[in-house]
Design a binder for this molecule. Structure first.
Ligand SMILES: [Fe+2]
Length: 190
């Protein structure tokens, strides 16, 4: 039987203090760190036309799109030496289950600060495709004192990935199916 999104989030939050970074985090503790030098910094991507400042502070966005497929996204913010960074900004914005962005209000937009162990998570929905793009989330990430990283995260096994010039395999979420949707993991290295 598949785990629930909640049980995977609980397992993630119960990890021992030192994470081992993982874009390859199919298991939560891959054998080798995925970061370690500047080549491993998370790739930047354009913000696109739908960014809107002053998104609210919150973890729970799924209520904005009751018909969407539920997904919980989670990970660490790490520095280039794989150290988790507390009080880092993590901001998300994305299309809804019809492929539309809310440009009037703040549906499916939010931000948070990583906890004392450098962790972030959002409960939201899987975005639909919109013309010209593969499936993606937009993020902005900033550790204290550093410049903002603007990037996008992608889903594995999407037919449109290879036709989207912003796609990169390094920006793939690690997606696991759950009994009530999906769980996606990504560690930002900034
Ligand atoms: Fe977009």
């Amino acid at each position: 039987m598949l785990p629930t999104r909640r049980s995977l989030l609980t397992a993630f939050l119960a990890l021992p203090t030192l994470p081992v970074a993982g874009r390859a985090a199919a298991q939560f503790l891959p054998p080798t760190p995925a970061c370690g030098d500047e080549h491993d910094l998370t790739l930047a991507r354009t913000a696109g036309p739908f960014y809107k400042p002053e998104a609210p502070l919150r973890h729970e966005l799924a209520g904005d799109a009751p018909n969407g497929e539920r997904i919980t996204l989670a990970g660490y913010v790490l520095d280039a030496r794989c150290r988790p960074v507390a009080d880092s900004l993590v901001e998300i914005w994305h299309a809804d289950e019809t492929g539309a962005y809310d440009n009037d209000g703040f549906r499916l937009r939010g931000h948070q600060m990583t906890d004392e162990r450098g962790r972030w998570w959002f409960a939201t929905v899987v975005p639909a495709l919109y013309p010209g793009r593969t499936r993606h989330y937009h993020f902005r990430v900033r550790r204290p004192g550093a410049a903002i990283l603007t990037t996008q995260l992608f889903f594995p096994n999407e037919p449109e990935n290879d036709r989207d010039r912003l796609y990169a395999p390094e920006l793939l979420l690690d997606i696991r199916p759950t009994a009530d949707g999906k769980f996606g993991r990504f560690d930002f290295v900034v």
